[in-house]
Ligand binder design. Sequence first.
Ligand SMILES: [Zn+2]
Length: 118
Amino acid sequence: MNVDSLREIIPLSESEYCEECQKEKLKGWTNSNGLEEKLIKLAEVEPFKSKGYETYNKGGEKPSSIDATAALSYYPYNGSSVYQCGTCQCIILIYLETAGHGARYQARWIPSYIRLES
Ligand SMILES: [Zn+2]
């Protein structure tokens, strides 16, 4: 799924909280707590041109911040999958973090006000 198709499926207005996916806790990349088992997997992210493990920090922004650009060519977006919550319809990206202490899934909610780049 490329940036244009991702833009199309992100709800323009959605709830701020959801009991099913608890997206309010996922404004920045956070441990997924098994969400990948609960949500509907739609597709893999298709980066325009994958930058490997390079992170996006144009303008000095921190990739881990809650308002970070979702730059699909950059890590970790370039290795993420696109999931949707069946209850609130929100879009959540999930990837498998393999650095450090064993593999674990990380998740980030992508509401419509987050800047998206290819
Ligand atoms: Zn939800």
